[in-house]
Ligand binder design. Structure first.
Ligand code: AMP
Length: 240
């Protein structure tokens, strides 16, 4: 695959973005930038910025565009610099979430000479999302995702005795997966993020590719389709 590719994994909370981005890392050597993980890390700091982030994230609202764009921008630039000019293959999980963020990403990609993104939209009905989020557990150590029930959802894993299979870490429910917060996160997705999908859907083929995937399937089936699309995208010329 040519270097310097960028994939955006889009979808509501619980749509399987984390699972598919792990696959893109392990199968194709993409480097994943998860804004949720990045912000959770920032929020753990004992600073006023950390406190402010904890409050926003616990409420289920979105963090402001300026903060998120600055963090993602510097991360992308640093990964591109580390690639010694060959370009980095990146997957963004959870960014952009607003049209402003999408415009900011466009500007950045143009500035650093990266091609337009491949946008993969994992589409999942709301009732399925609610069921998945209620059953989702995460390893407190490495962040691996598990589901308390088997079936379509998270990597086909089930929580074995409350411990992570990778490092034995405790499996916990994310604070923002509680019922009240989930409804606000889904509302934020509908209001702020659905317009981003339109933004990409209407694009000219040369400046990016948008693909909708049925996300209400087994993770392995989705992974197979993701791989096929990525292999096609790998050799398709998309303008910077
Ligand atoms: P996630 O792990 O992607 O579900 O993100 C968890 C929380 O982090 C979200 O509910 C937001 O509060 C915040 N967040 C993550 N990504 C973004 C983003 N691109 N823009 C604004 N807030 C974000």
């Amino acid at each position: 695959m040519r270097d310097g590719r960028i994939i955006l994994l889009m979808g509501a909370p619980g749509s399987g973005k984390g699972t598919q981005s792990s696959l893109l890392e392990s199968q194709f050597g993409f480097t994943c930038i998860s804004t949720g993980a990045m912000l959770r890390e920032e929020a753990r700091q004992d600073t006023s910025a950390g406190f402010r982030l904890r409050q926003i994230m616990a409420s289920g609202e979105l963090v402001d565009d300026r903060t998120v764009c600055a963090a993602v921008g510097s991360q992308i630039k640093s990964l591109v610099a580390q690639s010694n000019g060959s370009g980095a293959n990146l997957v963004l999980d959870g960014f952009p979430r607003t049209v402003e963020q999408a415009m900011c990403l466009d500007q950045l990609l143009e500035e650093i000479g990266m091609p337009g993104p491949l946008v993969l939209h994992l589409d999942v009905p709301q009732d399925v999302l609610l069921r998945r989020l209620a059953r989702r557990r995460q390893c407190a150590v490495c962040g691996a995702i598990y589901s308390l029930a088997s079936g379509p959802g998270f990597a086909g894993l089930s929580a074995g005795g409350g411990r992570c299979r990778i490092d034995g870490g405790t499996l916990v429910e994310r604070d923002d997966d509680s019922e009240g917060v989930v409804s606000r996160r889904l509302a934020a997705y509908e209001t702020a993020t659905l317009p981003v999908l339109d933004y990409y859907r209407k694009r000219d083929f040369r400046s990016g590719i948008y693909r909708r995937l049925d996300g209400n399937r087994n993770a392995a089936e989705i992974a197979k389709e993701v791989c096929d699309i990525v292999l096609f995208f790998a050799d398709t010329a998309v303008a910077a």
